[in-house]
Write a protein that binds this ligand. Structure first.
Ligand code: 1CP
Length: 357
């Protein structure tokens, strides 16, 4: 493959053009969790790996898994295959994945447990992830944008404090309300480590980064501002100062009306919209300020058929008049039939089509 100079190649990628604020006739598309258990080729490779973290830390595996959905569907962007929990792992916390349960961590129980987290070995422990990014940036098709990612400080902290997934976030809330100084220490530590991690991914070849705040929606306004928005602002500010020109996508899932505050104050180039964000409101209030990405209900993609087609059409009509990246409102679920993703791609490729506007 002959390669044009880096800058002119980047300038042509539709994903980067949309993130920089261009309105495109046919929006770029990728799907959160596009690599994963709904794909038989992922399940096959997953069965060969020692465990989920082995998949994340073995570049041969992680590169292959990242490329699987690109080969199958030709998405406009590939997202590095890893997990948000490699950061606590690299800080020295015990992290493991239990079959049928999900992520498990040795929970931080009191403020003094924070002393055990050690950022000194971060880059050494995450070096395999950087090697994966570097290989992907060489192996991906020239038109495909490589997205690096990390969890947002609060979302990652929630797993560190609960010891895994949670329904009520009781431990995180106990820290935030009962000992806000300790919570602030943890969040500040994660802002620094996450910034270091994203910058290293950019230096290895990531062309855009997404910060997943999947659990932003559990807070009242004041706490959402303190534990989600402020850390996001600090991260974006540092990325913009140290790696200007690299677009940043924030996904503050469940932020509701505060999406407007994110659009006004966060400094992000794009906002990932969850499934509940009304499309007309996003078009009128958010899109004049930022590129929007989203927000098909992942369960509509499980159902397929006419309800899927109609939901996709509505999103395209409402949002493709401004800067827009088609995506889901949350990650693809394992029971998604792969052929429904193929139908989604056909429909988006045909847009705006003869009957379009
Ligand atoms: O058994 C398996 O194969 C593991 C399933 C799995 C996969 C495929 C996990 C465990 N993580 C991943 C990959 C992953 N996780 C990616 C890969 C890139 C892609 O999108 O294709 C990404 C971006 C993530 C990010 C992630 N991990 C988030 C944020 C996004 C979201 O979905 O909200 C979160 C919250 C996690 C934690 C996590 N890791 C794995 C699971 C099952 C979970 C969620 C558990 C929970 O609901 O609390």
């Amino acid at each position: 493959m002959t390669q044009a100079p880096e800058t002119s190649r980047n300038a042509e990628k539709t994903m980067l053009r949309a993130l920089r604020g261009e309105t495109l006739a046919r929006p770029p598309v990728w799907l959160m969790r596009q690599a994963g258990r709904y794909l038989p080729e992922y399940r096959e490779l997953r069965a060969r790996a020692e465990g989920f973290l082995d998949l994340c830390y073995t570049p041969d595996y992680a590169v292959e898994v990242t490329l699987q959905p690109i080969r199958r569907y030709g998405f406009d962007a590939a997202i590095l295959f890893s997990d948000i929990l490699v950061v606590p792992h690299a800080l020295g916390q015990k992290v493991w994945f239990e079959e049928g349960v999900g992520p498990r961590l040795e929970a931080l129980e009191e403020a003094s447990d924070l002393d055990r987290l050690d950022p000194a070995a971060l880059h050494e422990r995450l070096a395999p992830v950087y090697r994966t990014v570097a290989r992907l940036s060489r192996e991906l098709p020239a038109e495909t944008t490589l997205i690096g990612f990390a969890g947002a400080p609060w979302t990652v902290a929630s797993y560190m404090l609960e010891g895994g997934s949670s329904k009520d976030f009781a431990a995180g809330k106990r820290w935030a309300y009962g000992d806000p100084e300790a919570m602030q220490r943890l969040i500040d530590l994660l802002v620094a480590a996450t910034g270091d991690y994203l910058i290293a991914q950019i230096d290895a070849g990531a062309e855009a980064v997404q910060i997943f705040d999947s659990w932003a929606g559990v807070w009242p306004e004041a706490q959402l501002r303190r534990w989600c928005l402020e850390p996001a602002k600090a991260l974006v500010k540092r990325l913009k100062a140290e790696r200007p020109g690299v677009p940043v996508i924030l996904f503050p899932r469940g932020a509701g009306l505060l999406y407007q505050t994110y659009a006004a104050e966060s400094g992000a180039d794009a906002l990932g919209l969850d499934t509940t964000v009304p499309l007309g409101w996003a078009r009128e209030v958010l899109q004049p300020k930022v590129c929007v990405q989203g927000n098909l209900d992942p369960l509509a993609l499980v159902a397929g058929g006419e309800s899927q087609r109609a939901a996709v059409e509505t999103i395209l009509r409402e949002l493709s008049g401004g800067p827009f990246v088609f995506n889901l409102g949350h990650g693809i679920v394992p029971q998604t039939p792969p052929e429904h993703v193929a139908q989604l791609m056909e429909q988006i490729r045909a847009w705006p089509g003869a009957g379009g506007w």
